[in-house]
Design a protein around this ligand. Sequence first.
Ligand code: SF4
Length: 828
Amino acid sequence: MNETIQNSRDEEPCGPHVAPCIERLLRVQKPGRYIGKEFNAILKDPGACEFHMALAFPDVYEIGMSHLGLKILYSIVNSRPGMYAERVFAPWPDMEQALREQGQPLVTLETGTPLGNLDVVGFSLQYELCAATVLQMLDLGGIPLRSRDRSDGDPLVIAGGPVAFNPTPMSPFIDAFVIGDGEEAILEIAQEYIQWKRSRETRQELLSRLKTISGIYVPALHEPGEIVRKRIVVDLDQAPFPTNAPVPFCETVHDRIGMEIARGCTRGCRFCQAGMVYRPVRERSARSIIDLVLQSLRETGYDEIALLSLSSGDYSHICDVIRTLNAELAPRKTATSLPSLRTDTFDSQMAAEIRKVRKTGFTLAPEAGAERLRRIINKGNTEADLERALTQAFEYGWQSVKLYFMIGLPLETDEDIEAIANLARKAAKIAGRKKITVSVSSFVPKAHTPFQWAEQIDIPEIKRRQASLRRALTKARATVKFHAPEMSFLEGLLARGDARMSDVIETAYKNGARFDGWDDQLRLPLWLEAMERHGLDPHSYLRARGLDEALPWDFVDIGVSKAFLFEEWQRALREEATEDCRHGQCAGCGVCDFEKIYPRLGQALTRECAEESPRNAAPEHQASQRRFRLQYRKKGPMSLLGHHDIERAFHRAFRRVGLNLAYSQGFHPHPRMRFSPPTGLGIESECEFVDFDVVGYEEESGRLLETLKSALPEGISPVSLVETPLNEPPFFAKLQYVTYQIVAQDHVSLDALEAGVREFHESTSFVMSDVRKGKRRSRDLKTWIARLERRDNTLQMVLKTSPAGSVNPREAARTILGLTLPRRCRSK
Ligand code: SF4
């Protein structure tokens, strides 16, 4: 095995179509966030595209890449010739610091284009607490923060997502908002932009063009009294779904295919903004779900799919879909999961289907502990529903269940807090020795919901209720987790914020606010100072709203009438339930025209489809098993991936080419792949190995090698492939020595290299001190380095290794040379 470490001297400059700056990446916590180059990432020539935009996600890569909406828009824009959508995610503070120190702008992931050089930057606003991070991205991208300060040469800044339903606080920073579903609107914006570009009109004229598009709100041109009606994609089966989304290397928050089985929900939970703004319910047909899932798996290599909607258990043919998918996917160990479920929709049929493959996490959302409060919020589930769902989950093999509750709901009393504790205790009793986690968030009233008029409790009251619940659950066998009160408080200020909040957002950003949705990043005092500076009382944003009061979001028409929301608020006060209109009577919310827009239930599978047998793989015990050993190189940004990221990249590549890997037995089967020991971060390698076992593969190894060459990401290059006996020990068991080449930086003279080597050879011991898991330790390099010599400006170092590990070559070189850490590594 032969590896080289090279210093940063050969580093490429940042810019279009170049590798990310490895020097900079080695300074940050998670370089994998910034390297791009994922399988399925789209590279076009920006110079050949009339429309070049970035889909900007104001949070880190791992969160942004878990978001389906971003992938949908990426696929839609890039499917059009002459249009190019790249991605950009918020840089974590360590990367922001590196960019600022080096005077570098924030750039797109695909081509390294500075944001300020794009035609359009489109933000996805998923959460109110991303407000300051949006400004961070604009600022780092070289784009003036305020719309009014942008000139013809600056990008157009657009935004959409749930937060856009109350766009007022962010209005000064955004040129145009997309209200509602974005699939059609994004292309209409692109077409208008291209027409505008060709006509060489002013920026003002561009905004006027955009204002003519349905669902677009242009703050600068908005007249008092004007209404902006949301966009609706009426038929989900006609909407594009991204089956070939980029496949991240690093682990994302939702590391799986998210299949949107339905949009909208008509259950009518009165606290739920998504349930109101995304009405009516529109289900995809069962056949289409299955086809899209299978195609997505082939094109990405994931091993888990999640069937997503606001209430997945309500999907009309959920059991048929899970059963059919399982028949296809269980032999390939592909798991099916559902996001948090209502307690009344989980039944034994569903449990029986999901248990057939790996059991993914299981979450139930009773929301409130007492039946009275559940009636008030219109949740409509009963204690018996929860008990039945829990019993079935544990009977069918789940080891842990998470329960979601909210505190601070309107009309909540101390008895309701006690009722949460009672329910959690019952759940823990049913769980026995298995695990119950109780996750408790605080209610935040949202715009366009029946509870938009409600009061929000402040931080001391949240803490009091949390303490009371914690006390009540002291002896229960349940883990309790609380959402940070400060975060709910700030979310509340922004969610029902008005125009005066814009100055607060800008001041808080300029004083250092970023990533406020992260517990360890939120600094509430910055926001309170900003409120004070602008003469605002935070509590005035938490207060109950008057029923005749004009609300900042009144000009946004979500289709659901204010009269309906008001009536629902009154029904809540009377503890009256409102039925789901999906199967029953229309409750008159107002969103449907019953010509094009109406609740659409998905078509069922035909009997043949529902009963058809697995097509893909023979059962493992019937098929022959073979073991292969692949040698590969790891170069460039791939050297910045952690060992698990590399494993993941291989696993998904194997799946994409249809290889049936053999799996371990047990509750959580793992694919049988064994890699050579991890190299340090940033070390390129000429000679890495992976041993893997395959079931039912009949071709010769040469053909498999060619297949893998095309399936693995750029920078991981297969060199050779041999078949080994099934009882062959893994490669790492035999490995004794590793050769590294460490190229000295410019400021290190040949004399210094020579002196370091000479001193090493003349010493009887050469102690290296390093820190591992927070503890300092000393090791004698004389026992680890088998050979050391200088060749020109390079140290050739042969290190002993064993399954128990070795020493870090970079640290060893630093010790020998007494130099700063060499940055970049390369193998030969
Ligand atoms: S208009 Fe009627 S049918 Fe349509 S979503 Fe509203 S309540 Fe349901």
